[in-house]
Design a protein around this ligand. Sequence first.
Ligand SMILES: [Zn+2]
Length: 118
Amino acid sequence: MSEEKNKYCPYCGVQIDYKYTICPSCGKPQPKIEGIPPTHAVKRKNPALAAALSLLITGAGQIYLGRVLRGVFFLGTVLLLGYLLEDILTFDELMIVGIAFSVISAWDAYSIAKKINE
Ligand SMILES: [Zn+2]
């Protein structure tokens, strides 16, 4: 009978028992988010924006998505690689490594945003 044992269906907004995995009202399967009204159930992120941010600054998209450590890791790795390879590679080769990392970072940010929005 407790109020806390209810959640809201994100599809039709009806309050249902938290134990239901399928909404008895609209029949849709329920995500594992409990007790949050449908309008606040999912904080949507823009995958294109996340990817663009990471393209500009490696790791920035991850930070935008709240994956701060992951973003710092990406940025740290690319800076460290640049430092370590500075004397080994030519400037052009370093640029290619940097761009490759930006693309990987952008793709990673895009995937994370997609997962958040699921
Ligand atoms: Zn429903």
